[in-house]
Design a binder for this molecule. Structure first.
Ligand code: IVH
Length: 672
């Protein structure tokens, strides 16, 4: 009994961890299949203790009852009109037949009749709800935890959707935001040119894009939308009719849905697409099978996580077997050493695979992967596949146990493990491999935006000792450039003028360009805005840094560490003497951009602020406050005991800001 209880606790813990990794970091730590098996085990065990409410109720927060959450504190929250659920998965034909039997049991009067299903592609992206009021888009939100989502409206204004409908009606459309395979490859090519790490797969790229804090960059990402849900005025009784309706309204829908008059037809469709999925220009990880008759859905109902009237048929991940030829170790910008597996070329999901990722040495050891082994590789949406295991029956005596290197392959410095990390790092800040990556990051578009300096040029400048630190870039000459790469006068001139121009970049780009661990562009913007100058940033204390909303402890510690190293301070001094701007020059708008020009209604009582203070703040920042919710209201600011204004606002699809959102708005206006 106790063993089972501790297994429940264990499963809840690991599954929650997997959820966090997946929804917050975009990492699939296990295959969907393994995840679902663990979840099934947890559900069965919880069922066994079903009498005991301690083990199975909403408050337990068990991953078996809660939809995984991708909520992000940087976004305003919106409450969904209806919960956004996930779908339970199935992997075999028998699972689908069982599903059909379950449905017929619930619908007793249908038990001897066939059920009509609507089968749709399950596009691997992220679920989004679009809410329209009087025909106009009011907001777009992610699924979040199912009840509440993140308002991502500002990031999807470039999407292929109608922003206003022909009739002035209220409705909601749900669907998937995704990036096509072709756009994904193009995007990664661009990223590589810009010195950025490539994205792992189209789904991560889409998820990362809708959550970018920089709205303009987000709008430039090649995001696409496909709709599969319509709710509102004019809803039709059948799923298939609603899809047709969406299409007529100008919403993109997946090129096909398949109406099946019984479960065997569903199976045939699943079979067909499992083998033909590569012909599509977007990733599908399965098909979604839905009861077509919407009235029946209400009878069948839903669990806390997913509807009982739908099931996803997931494709088995594509696997191949090939030989591991060698493993080499790459040094990243921050010195992290990553093993890269070189494989005998093999075809998998329509492309030839030569390399695979191995996250760290522990992974090689735990899977007992040896050079010369035949390994299984799997691709679940990723461009670079994973090694999932070894075919031990084919192991030969010659298979070589891999020794972890002790010193850096580029500079021979002894490698170290830091904190509780599994990765080994080269901590030599003059390591040429790191320097090369650092420079490529420094010159990239998102940082100092120095054009036409690519990997070949950088490695040439380093190996001919022309550059041994970031600041040396500002001292290279025409001759230096020409000695490294054969180049015309014109191109050389372009590089030099781009270097010169970069000196005027605003402070946030310089902070980002320094490549301090954990300090991404968002944190850099927050730092530059708060301190306005590099000098003030250098003087900031730990507490003062921690006080910034976008910074956590890890980032703060990392900044403090960076600034405590003399060499880094020297680098900043050198950049200063090279003539670089050290001030924040981007934001010169006075008013809070989210308040200016908008009309607010304030309702309820607030914990940490007086209603008058809110009203004053809005007025001072160029916004209007009105006493009742009406056609011109843009936001309702809602405290506790809100009363009828909240109902009215919700019905009209007006954006609602709660107390927490308000502080975010006040403290950090431009990042909203
Ligand atoms: S229906 C209540 N239809 O798959 C049903 N979902 O694992 C929930 N998805 O959260 C949505 N294609 O992100 C539905 N044709 C489709 C879909 C689809 C992809 C995603 C969606 C959902 C997830 C469920």
């Amino acid at each position: 009994m106790n063993i089972k209880r501790s297994r429940i606790a264990y499963l809840r813990k690991v599954l929650s961890k997997y959820n966090d990794l997946y929804y917050k970091e975009g990492i699939s730590a296990v295959s969907d299949y393994d995840y679902d098996s663990l979840m099934k085990e947890l559900e069965d065990l919880e069922e066994e203790f079903g009498e005991n409410s301690l083990f199975r109720n909403q408050e337990s927060g068990s991953p078996s009852v809660a939809v995984g959450s991708d909520l992000d504190e940087n976004f305003k929250k919106v409450r969904h009109r209806k919960r956004m659920l996930s779908i339970s998965n199935s992997y075999s034909k028998d699972d689908l037949r069982d599903f059909d039997i379950r449905i017929k049991k619930i619908l007793t009067d249908q038990s001897d009749k066939d059920i009509e299903y609507c089968v749709e592609f399950k596009i691997d992206g992220i679920a989004v709800s679009l809410v329209y009021g009087k025909g106009n888009l009011v907001y777009a939100a992610t699924r979040g935890d199912g009840e509440t989502g993140d308002d991502i409206t500002q990031n999807i204004l470039g999407l292929n959707i109608p922003f206003s409908a022909d009739n002035a009606i209220d409705f909601e459309v749900r669907g998937e935001i995704f990036i096509s395979k072709q756009d994904f490859l193009r995007m990664n090519e661009e990223r590589e040119k810009e010195g950025l790490d490539p994205m792992a797969n189209p789904r991560n790229a889409a998820a990362g894009s809708v959550k970018l804090l920089d709205n303009l960059s987000a709008r430039k990402r090649p995001l696409k939308f496909v709709s599969y849900y319509y709710d509102g005025d004019g809803s039709r009784p059948k799923q298939s009719e609603n899809i047709d309706l969406l299409k007529n309204m100008g919403f993109p829908v997946a090129e096909n849905y398949f109406l099946c008059s019984n479960i065997e037809e569903v199976i045939a469709v699943c079979d067909k697409w499992e083998s033909e999925k590569e012909s599509l220009d977007y990733e599908i990880d399965g098909l979604v099978v839905k009861i077509n008759d919407i009235a029946l859905r209400d009878i069948i109902g839903e669990t806390s996580k997913s509807p009982r009237w739908a099931i996803a048929y997931k494709f088995k991940p594509q696997q191949a077997q090939t030989r591991l030829l060698k493993v080499d170790f790459q040094v990243g910008r921050t010195g992290a050493i990553t093993p890269v597996a070189h494989l005998e070329p093999v075809k998998l999901s329509g492309s030839v695979v030569r390399r695979a990722t191995l996250h760290n040495y522990d992974e090689i050891r735990s899977k007992d992967i040896r050079v010369g082994d035949y390994v299984f590789i799997e691709k679940a949406g990723e461009i670079i596949p994973k090694i999932t295991g070894v075919n031990l029956s084919m192991r030969t005596d010659g298979a070589e146990v891999l020794k972890m290197i002790r010193s850096c392959p580029a500079c021979s410095q002894k490698l170290m493990k830091q904190d509780s990390e599994a990765v080994l790092r080269c901590v030599n800040s003059s390591c040429p491999a790191q320097l090369e990556r650092q420079i490529l990051h420094f010159v990239s578009k998102g940082a100092m935006n120095i054009e036409n300096i690519g990997p070949r040029m950088v490695s040439g400048l380093i190996s001919s000792n022309l550059v041994s630190s970031l600041s040396d870039i500002y001292f290279i000459t025409k001759q230096d450039i020409m000695s490294v790469e054969r180049m015309g006068e014109k191109s050389t001139g372009k590089i030099l003028s781009s270097i010169e121009k970069s000196k005027t970049r605003s402070l946030e780009f310089l902070i980002f360009g320094l490549g301090i661990r954990h300090v991404g562009i968002e944190a850099s913007i927050a730092l530059a805005k708060k301190f306005k100058s590099m000098d003030d940033l250098l003087r900031a204390g730990y507490e003062e840094l921690l006080d910034i909303r976008d910074l956590g402890e890890v980032t703060t510690q990392s900044l403090k560490n960076y600034f405590s190293i003399d060499k880094n301070i020297q680098l900043i001094e050198n950049l200063k003497s090279a003539g670089l701007n050290m001030l924040y020059t981007s934001g010169n708008s006075k008013n809070n951009s989210l308040v200016e020009g908008y009309t607010f209604v304030v309702t309820g009582t607030f914990k940490d602020i007086l209603r008058n203070e809110i009203v004053e703040y809005i007025q001072q920042n160029g916004g209007k406050v009105s006493s009742s919710v009406g056609a011109s209201t843009n936001f309702l600011i809602c405290g506790s005991n809100p009363g009828s204004k909240l109902d009215k606002a919700e019905k009209s699809g007006i954006k609602i800001l709660y107390e927490n959102d308000l502080f975010r708005l006040i403290k950090n206006p431009d990042l909203s």
